[in-house]
Design a protein. Structure first.
Lengths: 201, 80
Protein backbone atom coordinates (compact mmCIF):
# COMPACT_ATOMS: atom_id res chain seq x y z
CA UNK A 1 0.00 0.00 0.00
CA UNK A 2 1.30 3.38 -0.92
CA UNK A 3 -0.33 6.44 0.51
CA UNK A 4 -0.64 9.41 -1.76
CA UNK A 5 1.65 12.37 -1.33
CA UNK A 6 1.55 15.81 -2.81
CA UNK A 7 4.59 17.05 -4.65
CA UNK A 8 6.52 19.86 -3.13
CA UNK A 9 7.43 22.81 -5.26
CA UNK A 10 11.06 21.81 -5.18
CA UNK A 11 12.63 21.49 -1.77
CA UNK A 12 11.80 23.93 0.96
CA UNK A 13 13.72 27.15 0.61
CA UNK A 14 14.36 27.18 4.31
CA UNK A 15 15.84 23.70 4.53
CA UNK A 16 19.16 23.45 6.35
CA UNK A 17 22.38 22.86 4.49
CA UNK A 18 23.41 19.24 4.33
CA UNK A 19 26.13 17.90 6.56
CA UNK A 20 28.51 15.26 5.26
CA UNK A 21 28.21 11.87 6.86
CA UNK A 22 29.64 8.37 6.81
CA UNK A 23 27.22 5.94 5.24
CA UNK A 24 26.79 2.71 7.14
CA UNK A 25 24.64 1.32 4.35
CA UNK A 26 27.24 2.08 1.70
CA UNK A 27 29.84 0.20 3.68
CA UNK A 28 27.67 -2.90 4.06
CA UNK A 29 26.65 -2.73 0.42
CA UNK A 30 30.17 -2.45 -0.94
CA UNK A 31 31.62 -5.04 1.39
CA UNK A 32 29.11 -7.47 -0.09
CA UNK A 33 29.64 -6.44 -3.72
CA UNK A 34 33.42 -6.56 -3.40
CA UNK A 35 33.23 -10.25 -2.55
CA UNK A 36 32.60 -10.89 -6.23
CA UNK A 37 35.15 -10.11 -8.90
CA UNK A 38 32.39 -9.98 -11.53
CA UNK A 39 29.92 -7.61 -9.90
CA UNK A 40 27.77 -5.43 -12.17
CA UNK A 41 26.49 -2.24 -10.62
CA UNK A 42 23.89 0.24 -11.88
CA UNK A 43 23.74 3.87 -10.74
CA UNK A 44 20.72 5.98 -11.68
CA UNK A 45 22.53 9.23 -11.03
CA UNK A 46 23.25 11.86 -10.70
CA UNK A 47 26.40 11.22 -12.67
CA UNK A 48 29.62 12.44 -11.13
CA UNK A 49 33.23 11.78 -11.91
CA UNK A 50 34.00 10.95 -8.30
CA UNK A 51 31.31 8.31 -8.04
CA UNK A 52 32.21 6.75 -11.36
CA UNK A 53 35.82 6.30 -10.31
CA UNK A 54 34.89 5.18 -6.82
CA UNK A 55 32.47 2.47 -7.87
CA UNK A 56 34.25 1.40 -11.05
CA UNK A 57 37.31 0.59 -8.97
CA UNK A 58 35.25 -1.75 -6.82
CA UNK A 59 33.21 -3.70 -9.33
CA UNK A 60 33.78 -5.40 -12.65
CA UNK A 61 31.55 -3.03 -14.60
CA UNK A 62 29.80 0.11 -13.47
CA UNK A 63 26.67 1.08 -15.42
CA UNK A 64 25.33 4.60 -15.39
CA UNK A 65 21.95 5.90 -16.51
CA UNK A 66 21.31 9.36 -15.08
CA UNK A 67 17.58 9.33 -14.43
CA UNK A 68 17.64 12.75 -12.80
CA UNK A 69 18.63 14.35 -16.09
CA UNK A 70 16.11 12.31 -18.01
CA UNK A 71 13.30 13.17 -15.64
CA UNK A 72 14.31 16.82 -15.76
CA UNK A 73 14.28 16.79 -19.56
CA UNK A 74 10.91 15.03 -19.68
CA UNK A 75 9.42 17.61 -17.37
CA UNK A 76 10.79 20.51 -19.39
CA UNK A 77 9.25 18.99 -22.51
CA UNK A 78 5.98 18.26 -20.76
CA UNK A 79 6.33 14.52 -21.29
CA UNK A 80 4.66 12.13 -18.85
CA UNK A 81 6.81 11.02 -15.94
CA UNK A 82 6.08 7.37 -16.66
CA UNK A 83 8.17 7.60 -19.80
CA UNK A 84 11.31 8.23 -17.82
CA UNK A 85 11.62 4.69 -16.47
CA UNK A 86 11.72 3.33 -19.99
CA UNK A 87 15.34 4.45 -20.07
CA UNK A 88 16.22 1.62 -17.72
CA UNK A 89 15.85 -0.86 -20.57
CA UNK A 90 18.23 -3.48 -19.26
CA UNK A 91 17.66 -7.20 -19.26
CA UNK A 92 16.18 -8.73 -16.10
CA UNK A 93 18.72 -10.08 -13.60
CA UNK A 94 21.46 -7.84 -14.95
CA UNK A 95 22.84 -6.30 -11.77
CA UNK A 96 24.33 -7.27 -8.45
CA UNK A 97 23.66 -3.82 -7.08
CA UNK A 98 21.60 -0.71 -7.87
CA UNK A 99 22.31 2.77 -6.49
CA UNK A 100 18.88 4.35 -6.48
CA UNK A 101 20.04 7.17 -4.16
CA UNK A 102 17.15 9.61 -3.59
CA UNK A 103 15.59 9.34 -7.04
CA UNK A 104 12.26 8.10 -5.73
CA UNK A 105 11.91 11.38 -3.80
CA UNK A 106 11.29 12.97 -7.19
CA UNK A 107 8.61 10.57 -8.41
CA UNK A 108 4.99 10.39 -7.38
CA UNK A 109 3.84 7.33 -5.45
CA UNK A 110 2.66 5.47 -8.51
CA UNK A 111 5.82 6.02 -10.51
CA UNK A 112 8.10 5.44 -7.52
CA UNK A 113 6.41 2.10 -6.88
CA UNK A 114 6.79 1.16 -10.56
CA UNK A 115 10.46 2.07 -10.48
CA UNK A 116 11.11 0.02 -7.35
CA UNK A 117 9.34 -2.95 -8.92
CA UNK A 118 11.36 -2.53 -12.10
CA UNK A 119 14.60 -2.40 -10.14
CA UNK A 120 13.57 -5.65 -8.46
CA UNK A 121 13.43 -7.33 -11.87
CA UNK A 122 16.79 -5.84 -12.89
CA UNK A 123 18.57 -7.25 -9.87
CA UNK A 124 20.01 -10.71 -9.81
CA UNK A 125 18.84 -12.97 -6.98
CA UNK A 126 20.56 -11.75 -3.79
CA UNK A 127 21.25 -8.45 -5.54
CA UNK A 128 21.12 -5.35 -3.34
CA UNK A 129 19.79 -1.82 -3.72
CA UNK A 130 20.51 1.42 -1.88
CA UNK A 131 17.58 3.78 -1.45
CA UNK A 132 17.88 7.16 0.24
CA UNK A 133 15.10 9.52 1.18
CA UNK A 134 15.21 12.84 2.98
CA UNK A 135 13.08 13.72 5.93
CA UNK A 136 10.97 16.71 4.95
CA UNK A 137 12.22 19.05 7.66
CA UNK A 138 15.85 18.33 6.77
CA UNK A 139 15.65 18.41 3.01
CA UNK A 140 17.94 20.83 1.20
CA UNK A 141 16.52 23.71 -0.78
CA UNK A 142 17.83 22.39 -4.11
CA UNK A 143 18.82 19.13 -5.74
CA UNK A 144 22.16 17.77 -4.59
CA UNK A 145 24.31 14.89 -5.73
CA UNK A 146 25.57 12.33 -3.28
CA UNK A 147 29.32 12.33 -3.82
CA UNK A 148 31.34 9.48 -2.37
CA UNK A 149 34.62 10.51 -0.82
CA UNK A 150 37.27 8.22 0.55
CA UNK A 151 35.98 5.23 2.43
CA UNK A 152 32.25 5.59 2.90
CA UNK A 153 31.97 9.31 3.42
CA UNK A 154 29.17 11.03 1.49
CA UNK A 155 29.23 14.71 0.66
CA UNK A 156 26.77 16.78 -1.33
CA UNK A 157 27.11 18.88 -4.44
CA UNK A 158 24.51 21.27 -5.69
CA UNK A 159 22.98 20.48 -9.08
CA UNK A 160 21.73 23.83 -10.30
CA UNK A 161 20.69 22.45 -13.66
CA UNK A 162 18.05 20.20 -12.09
CA UNK A 163 14.58 21.41 -11.19
CA UNK A 164 12.48 18.50 -10.02
CA UNK A 165 9.43 18.05 -7.81
CA UNK A 166 9.91 16.43 -4.42
CA UNK A 167 7.70 13.99 -2.59
CA UNK A 168 8.17 13.34 1.10
CA UNK A 169 7.21 9.98 2.52
CA UNK A 170 6.99 8.52 5.97
CA UNK A 171 9.14 5.57 7.00
CA UNK A 172 6.10 3.35 6.82
CA UNK A 173 5.27 4.34 3.26
CA UNK A 174 8.86 3.84 2.20
CA UNK A 175 9.12 0.42 3.77
CA UNK A 176 5.79 -0.56 2.22
CA UNK A 177 7.14 0.55 -1.14
CA UNK A 178 10.18 -1.66 -0.67
CA UNK A 179 8.23 -4.63 0.66
CA UNK A 180 9.05 -6.81 -2.32
CA UNK A 181 12.64 -6.80 -1.08
CA UNK A 182 14.12 -8.24 2.06
CA UNK A 183 15.26 -5.43 4.31
CA UNK A 184 18.94 -5.66 5.18
CA UNK A 185 19.47 -2.49 7.18
CA UNK A 186 18.03 1.00 7.56
CA UNK A 187 19.50 4.06 9.19
CA UNK A 188 18.44 7.57 9.91
CA UNK A 189 21.11 10.23 10.37
CA UNK A 190 21.25 13.53 12.14
CA UNK A 191 21.29 15.36 8.83
CA UNK A 192 17.86 13.96 7.96
CA UNK A 193 19.04 11.32 5.51
CA UNK A 194 17.29 7.98 5.70
CA UNK A 195 19.11 5.06 4.15
CA UNK A 196 17.62 1.72 3.20
CA UNK A 197 19.60 -1.29 2.09
CA UNK A 198 17.41 -3.97 0.62
CA UNK A 199 17.98 -7.26 -1.08
CA UNK A 200 16.23 -9.34 -3.67
CA UNK A 201 15.46 -12.84 -2.37
CA UNK B 1 27.91 9.73 -29.74
CA UNK B 2 26.84 6.11 -29.52
CA UNK B 3 29.51 3.48 -29.39
CA UNK B 4 32.40 2.01 -27.52
CA UNK B 5 35.59 3.60 -26.32
CA UNK B 6 38.72 1.79 -25.30
CA UNK B 7 41.77 3.83 -24.51
CA UNK B 8 44.67 4.16 -22.14
CA UNK B 9 44.24 7.92 -22.21
CA UNK B 10 41.80 9.85 -20.11
CA UNK B 11 38.28 10.18 -21.48
CA UNK B 12 36.51 13.46 -20.88
CA UNK B 13 32.75 13.74 -21.11
CA UNK B 14 31.53 17.30 -20.88
CA UNK B 15 28.09 18.47 -19.91
CA UNK B 16 27.39 19.30 -23.55
CA UNK B 17 28.02 15.68 -24.49
CA UNK B 18 25.48 13.01 -25.26
CA UNK B 19 27.14 9.66 -24.93
CA UNK B 20 25.67 6.18 -24.90
CA UNK B 21 28.02 3.28 -24.81
CA UNK B 22 30.64 1.26 -23.08
CA UNK B 23 33.96 2.62 -21.98
CA UNK B 24 37.10 0.77 -20.95
CA UNK B 25 39.62 3.21 -19.61
CA UNK B 26 42.17 3.98 -16.94
CA UNK B 27 40.76 7.36 -16.07
CA UNK B 28 37.66 9.35 -16.85
CA UNK B 29 36.47 12.89 -16.38
CA UNK B 30 32.73 13.54 -16.38
CA UNK B 31 31.16 16.93 -15.86
CA UNK B 32 28.02 17.17 -13.77
CA UNK B 33 25.08 17.32 -16.13
CA UNK B 34 26.65 15.17 -18.85
CA UNK B 35 24.00 13.14 -20.62
CA UNK B 36 25.60 9.77 -20.27
CA UNK B 37 24.25 6.27 -20.38
CA UNK B 38 26.60 3.38 -20.50
CA UNK B 39 29.09 1.36 -18.59
CA UNK B 40 32.59 1.89 -17.38
CA UNK B 41 35.17 -0.77 -16.88
CA UNK B 42 38.42 0.39 -15.43
CA UNK B 43 41.54 -1.00 -17.00
CA UNK B 44 43.16 -2.27 -13.85
CA UNK B 45 45.85 -4.32 -15.59
CA UNK B 46 49.40 -3.02 -15.21
CA UNK B 47 50.72 -1.88 -18.54
CA UNK B 48 54.10 -2.72 -19.97
CA UNK B 49 56.62 0.01 -20.63
CA UNK B 50 55.81 0.06 -24.32
CA UNK B 51 52.21 0.84 -23.56
CA UNK B 52 53.17 3.60 -21.17
CA UNK B 53 55.37 5.21 -23.78
CA UNK B 54 52.40 7.03 -25.17
CA UNK B 55 50.76 4.53 -27.47
CA UNK B 56 47.08 4.61 -26.90
CA UNK B 57 44.10 3.27 -28.71
CA UNK B 58 40.69 4.75 -29.10
CA UNK B 59 38.01 2.59 -30.63
CA UNK B 60 34.65 4.02 -31.45
CA UNK B 61 31.98 2.01 -33.16
CA UNK B 62 28.38 2.64 -34.02
CA UNK B 63 27.14 -0.67 -32.73
CA UNK B 64 23.95 -0.51 -30.69
CA UNK B 65 24.40 -0.89 -26.99
CA UNK B 66 23.02 -3.99 -25.30
CA UNK B 67 23.88 -3.08 -21.83
CA UNK B 68 22.29 -4.34 -19.65
CA UNK B 69 38.03 2.63 7.73
CA UNK B 70 35.27 1.89 9.88
CA UNK B 71 32.64 4.57 10.15
CA UNK B 72 31.61 5.71 13.55
CA UNK B 73 28.36 4.22 14.70
CA UNK B 74 27.42 7.39 16.55
CA UNK B 75 26.77 9.15 13.24
CA UNK B 76 23.73 7.01 12.69
CA UNK B 77 21.30 8.33 15.21
CA UNK B 78 18.97 5.47 14.92
CA UNK B 79 18.73 2.15 13.24
CA UNK B 80 15.22 1.16 12.36
Amino acid sequence: MVASSEPGNGYSNTGPSLADYTSMVLQMYLETLEQSSMAQLLDVGTVSEENIMYFAQRVKRFHVCDMFLRLNRNQRKGLPTKKVCEHLDYEPHSFDGINLWDFIDHLNDNEAAKLVKHCHTLLKPKGMMIVISFEEQSAPSQINSFIVQDRYRLTFRLQNHLDLPCYYRSNRILTDMLSEFASVKSFIYRNGVREFLCKRD
Amino acid sequence: MIGKIKTQDKVEITKEAYFMGDIKIKNISVEDGAYFKGSIELDKEPHRKTALAGKSTTIATTQPINAPKTPTAKEADKEY
